[in-house]
Design a protein around this ligand. Structure first.
Ligand code: NAI
Length: 299
């Protein structure tokens, strides 16, 4: 991003060690992106099965990259050797950049940021991958809101080029610069966003989604909606995107909206799909069925 008012020049602090908190869909994708930039990663995931799943997903993608000729065996070994998966933040608190990717739930994020505030070094950058929560409220859980910045990746995080760098009310210019430098090191296209609901991409995408769900309520099939929008120019139709991202994410956003903006109409269809436990690829069913029960590999 060039010539944007208020975006400081320079590269900021060099990031050399990254800890990612949360080893789910985003945490594993971000870990892959950071590993491929040659940086060591510690991934914190409290659930044992979550740690195994994360390790498998990361190793599978790295091995696939070798098979597809995108990565040498030596580089693959280096990446696998640079990954540490642990159960507690206290085992990985020596990073200069932390990226939180836990559930989209303010209470869970608060707990993580309070712990980060206790454990992280004074110069550490505290990043959050939140999609929709108020970054300033997250920053306020710490005694150092100037060190907090939004690092909003898009799924699959190891593939998608866009990274929204979210500037909170108190984010320091140095931290913003460092986040931009980190994005560049990852080969991402960074766009600075202000702290607003949905930032840029999701704020606009949510309106597309709302209309897609109304179309389903009016009788359209997911394939019809997706095919139309894919031919219209979208890389993926909205039903497929949400099956990939997790229908539960949209559900939690709609629950919050029902409290904050009770007059905003929503179709009931995606909530009914979620009530059936159909969260998308990760549960084997969403708007579509994934009969082999496993998440198809991102490219
Ligand atoms: P997920 O449900 O796949 O993974 C969350 C992980 O966090 C789980 O493995 C869970 O065990 C772990 N976790 C929960 N509490 C924890 C704690 N206290 N410490 C460490 N780990 C903890 O969720 P997903 O999809 O990876 O989303 C994570 C964050 O990324 C959310 O804030 C979400 O809004 C955001 N995001 C999601 C995108 C998507 O497409 N799914 C895209 C961009 C952002």
């Amino acid at each position: 991003v060039r010539n944007l008012p208020g975006v400081p020049k320079g590269t900021g602090q060099q990031v050399e060690r990254v800890t990612i908190i949360g080893g789910g869909l985003m945490g594993t994708g971000i870990a892959l992106a950071v590993l491929s930039a040659g940086l060591p990663v510690a991934l914190v995931e409290p659930r044992e099965d979550g740690r195994e799943k994360a390790r498998d997903a990361i190793a599978r993608t790295i091995v696939r990259n070798v098979h597809k000729g995108r990565l040498s065996e030596e580089a693959a070994d280096r990446q696998l050797g640079a990954l540490r998966i642990v159960g507690k933040l206290s085992e990985a608190s020596d990073a200069d950049l932390f990226i939180e990717a836990v559930f989209e739930d303010m209470a869970v994020k608060r707990q993580v940021f309070e712990e980060l505030d206790r454990l992280a070094g004074p110069n550490a950058i505290l990043g959050s991958n939140t999609s929709t929560l108020d970054l300033d409220a997250i920053a306020a859980c710490t005694s150092r809101p100037e060190r907090v910045v939004g690092l909003h990746f898009f799924s699959p995080a190891n593939i998608m080029r866009l990274l929204e760098v979210v500037r909170g009310a108190k984010t320091s210019p140095d931290v913003l610069q460092s986040a931009m430098g980190f994005a560049k090191a990852l080969g991402k296209t960074a766009v600075v966003a202000g702290n607003c609901d949905g930032f840029i991409g999701n704020r606009i995408f949510e309106e597309y989604l709302r209309q897609a769900w109304f179309l389903l309520e009016e009788g359209a099939l997911p394939t019809q909606v997706d095919q139309a929008l894919e031919k219209f120019g979208f890389a993926m139709g909205p039903c497929r995107v949400m099956d990939l991202a997790g229908q539960d994410i949209g559900w939690s956003i709609r629950k919050r909206r029902a409290v904050e903006q009770p007059d905003r109409p929503y179709s009931k269809i995606p909530d009914q799909v979620c009530k059936l436990g159909r969260f998308g690829q990760k549960t084997g069913a969403g708007m579509y069925l994934y009969p082999d029960g496993r998440t198809p590999e991102p490219d």
